[in-house]
Design a binder for this molecule. Structure first.
Ligand SMILES: [Zn+2]
Ligand SMILES: [Zn+2]
Length: 362
């Protein structure tokens, strides 16, 4: 094999196959044979142009695969060998700058947010910087996460959303034993927050969604640690909590997309002195029903959470491997490179209804 097939997003809505030469692997880098690449909101936002790039690139930032080739220095640094199954952290880290040393490598001075896998120009050699490809380049500052042997590659791609669930639902707000947790949005990240909160010892977890498009997800939520699933077209989340547990939430985690009313619902559902996490991007400046004084009166702690980090990813892979929650059975649609565009379009709400979990299997 001297070349690899990949999909290049040349501009919004133009996803075209292209053949790339495989790079020579030296002492300090490696090559991944991509087995599966999970899809999330970022993928369809890149595709539609809601998240414009301005350059051609190979998308795909939730890659799992087998290390095909690796240099000796890279193998020592990453602790993996050729033949190992790994997940690839989205961000790269130089390991030496102040941000990297502090663990906040998303703000690495050498790489930072502009150097994420699945969002790097094909002009930068060797071009194979994403998971929509048979092979993905592993640059020296990559971070690799070993995948437990029991996990199938398509299930292992959940390291990304479940890592987000752990960081956004537990680490960032400090969720602890006995907490009442409200999760706004029952997508794969919302279900992941439910499981993570329950694992952290939450006494009660509520998840909300909007009927009818969220009915399937709300029905699944009880298997993922939710004690109560609420359709916000029928019941106000705050009222549902009062009825169920007699009080409001210690922690509210908003992982909604295109649901501007969720912010006001989250503020209403939080107890005085509680914590509200706004996670992922909302894609809208609208906040109907939101009144800033409620934050003052309740002395709420409002925290933004954007990405995930390696400790959360490792915890996610461990939790997936336990099989305690039925992540392997999530309604999942897999597509190969030829079917990728249809799958991404359906996740953007065009064509067929979106699956709970979409995975590319190059
Ligand atoms: Zn993603
Ligand atoms: Zn750095």
């Amino acid at each position: 094999m001297t070349s690899a097939r990949a999909l290049v997003l040349e501009e919004p809505r133009r996803l075209v196959p292209r053949q790339f030469d495989l790079p020579e692997i030296g002492d300090d880098d490696g090559l991944l044979r991509v087995e599966a690449c999970g899809l999330c909101g970022t993928d369809h936002e890149q595709y539609t142009g809601a998240l414009p790039a301005g350059f051609a690139f190979v998308p795909g930032h939730e890659s799992v695969g087998v290390v095909e080739a690796i240099g000796p220095a890279a193998a020592a640094r990453w602790g993996v060998q050729a033949g190992d199954r790994v997940a690839v952290e989205v961000f790269q880290s130089c390991g030496t700058c102040a941000e990297c040393a502090a663990g906040t490598y998303r703000r690495c001075v050498r790489h930072g947010m502009g150097d994420m896998y699945g969002f790097i120009p094909t002009d930068k050699g060797p071009g194979l910087w994403g998971g929509y490809a048979e092979y993905q380049y592993l640059a020296p500052d990559s971070m690799l996460l070993p995948v437990p042997a029991s996990l199938a590659p398509d299930v292992a791609t959940l390291f990304n959303p479940l890592g987000a669930g752990i960081r956004w639902g537990v680490t960032v707000p400090g969720t602890t034993i006995g907490d009442v947790v409200a999760v706004l949005g029952p997508g794969v990240r919302g279900l992941s927050v439910c499981a993570a909160a329950k694992e952290a010892g939450a006494a009660f977890v509520m998840v909300t969604g909007v009927s009818p498009q969220d009915d399937e997800r709300l029905a699944l939520a009880k298997d993922f640690g939710a004690d109560l699933a609420v359709d916000v077209t029928q019941t106000e989340p705050a009222k549902a909590l009062r009825q169920a547990v007699g009080r409001l939430a210690d922690v509210v985690v908003d992982v909604t997309a295109k649901a501007p009313a969720a912010l006001a619902q989250g503020v209403a559902a939080a107890r005085p002195g509680g914590t509200l996490v706004l996670a992922g991007t909302r894609g809208s400046p609208d906040t109907p029903g939101f009144w800033p004084d409620h934050i003052v009166f309740k002395e709420l702690r409002i925290l933004g959470a954007l990405g995930v980090d390696a400790p959360a990813y490792r915890a996610a892979l461990d939790l997936l491997a336990t099989g305690r929650y039925p992540f392997a059975d999530l309604p999942r649609r897999c597509a190969n490179l030829d079917g990728a565009e249809d799958l991404v379009r359906s996740m953007a709400g065009e064509g067929a209804p979106p699956p709970v979990h979409g995975v590319l299997v190059p």
